[in-house]
Design a protein around this ligand. Structure first.
Ligand SMILES: NC(=O)C1=CN([C@@H]2O[C@H](COP(=O)(O)OP(=O)(O)OC[C@H]3O[C@@H](n4cnc5c(N)ncnc54)[C@H](OP(=O)(O)O)[C@@H]3O)[C@@H](O)[C@H]2O)C=CC1
Ligand SMILES: CC(=O)N[C@@H](CCC(=O)OP(=O)(O)O)C(=O)O
Length: 340
């Protein structure tokens, strides 16, 4: 049994980690931090945990966190990098759900996140936590950078085409939509029900910070330069991401179904549908990424759906924890989607 800590236990991804971890047979949450709710019993804020978790929120304390085998940071960007070097020195392993360790180039980090990196010397060592591309390295990692929600859906959707060099890598389009929980639990006027409900809009159209992350992964995986247009949208639902992806085929007689089937045949959390259109409700609450592929002439259209809080955040983090500690990869992640 490993002892785990969560920094940022009152947010949506922190709460989702708790939902998964309280039923995990090999991991016990022992520290859950919140600066604003310190002292409050966790189950008082989250009654679904009553009888399952007897802990109070506490102030983040590096000495207490260093007693854990693993610490998850479910905190805003720029938070984990302030504590990670000290935790690693104490032998505590870390999974950061934010973006602090995702980009390999500290200058790129500073450009997109608007702050200098506090420990650029750890960027090379950090392993990008997408098991479908980095499973071997994740097993041995001290520090895992859990991928962003959009990058998970988009990368898994495009990867088979690019690995096969089947499409023009300079012309890729990702038209992605997210539910509002993607923006976190903090109060913001533009995320109110009356602002978001019965409405639908694009945002960050001239450049979203997930763009360099997706491009970096696709380029590392394929060794070729990639040109991607990525536009996120906010849709009036709570959970879920749908990404419709477009690419131009170079290899015209390619069997797309066979390509995706073979790429993901052994992946426990990627389900390739040979027909139909994956919907976000088919993954709501589960760690699955569900993908379908079609074509219109020379244009391939890939549809990729995930739950942003599960495969897009906490579920993928638990999958990474399982790999890091030698547990069965699917442990604690067996939940099916909730219908309706
Ligand atoms: N929501 C999503 O779908 C996804 C989110 N992510 C990323 O995961 C991270 C967490 O997201 P989410 O749960 O949505 O965020 P929330 O805003 O819902 O929660 C943030 C949590 O961090 C704590 N916190 C805030 N500032 C600090 C600080 N300086 N030091 C310590 N704790 C702090 C807050 O508690 P308190 O202020 O009380 O300490 C709160 O518990 C973010 O980086 C986000 O970008 C990644 C993938 C998907
Ligand atoms: C709907 C919505 O607002 N989504 C968030 C994505 C959150 C996320 O995963 O971003 P990180 O890279 O910081 O982890 C956004 O677009 O900012």
């Amino acid at each position: 049994m490993i002892r785990v800590g969560i920094v940022g236990g009152t947010g949506y991804t922190g709460a989702e980690l708790l939902r998964l971890l309280v039923r995990h047979p090999q991991a016990t949450p022992v520290v859950i931090t919140s600066r604003t709710e310190s002292g409050l019993p966790v189950a008082e804020m989250f009654p679904h945990l009553r009888g399952r978790l007897d802990l109070r929120f506490s102030e983040p304390d590096p000495c207490v966190l260093a007693e854990c085998d693993l610490v998850f940071f479910a905190t805003p960007n720029g938070t984990a990098m302030q504590s990670v070097p000290e935790l690693l020195e104490h032998g505590t392993r870390v999974i950061d759900l934010a973006a602090d360790f995702r980009l390999k180039d500290p200058a790129l980090w500073e450009r997109w996140y608007g702050m200098p990196h506090q420990c650029p010397e750890l960027l090379d060592e950090a392993v990008y936590g997408l098991p479908e591309v980095n499973r071997g390295a994740i097993r041995h990692a001290r520090l895992v950078a859990n991928p962003g929600c959009y990058p998970t859906a988009v990368t898994l959707g495009l990867l088979p085409l690019l690995e096969r060099h089947a499409v023009d890598p300079s012309w890729l389009i990702a038209d992605a939509k997210s539910g509002v929980s993607g923006a976190g639990r903090k109060a913001e006027t533009n995320l109110l029900m009356a602002e978001v409900g019965e409405s639908f809009k694009a945002y960050a159209v001239s450049g979203h910070r997930h763009l360099p992350e997706i491009v970096q992964t696709l380029q590392i995986c394929t060794g070729i330069e990639v040109g991607l247009t990525f536009v996120p949208h906010l849709v009036p639902m709570i959970r879920g991401i749908e990404a419709t992806l477009y690419a131009r085929l170079i290899e015209n007689d390619l069997d797309l179904v066979a390509l995706y089937q073979s790429r993901y045949a052994d992946e426990p959390f990627v389900d390739f549908m040979t027909s139909g259109n994956p919907d976000t409700r088919s993954v709501r609450g589960s760690n699955d990424c569900r993908i379908a592929v079609a074509r219109q002439g020379e244009v391939v259209i890939v549809q990729s759906v995930i739950d942003n809080l599960v495969k897009g955040a906490a579920g993928q983090a638990v999958q990474n924890m399982n790999l890091m500690f030698g547990f069965e990869e699917t442990l604690g992640l067996e939940a099916l989607a909730l219908l309706p």
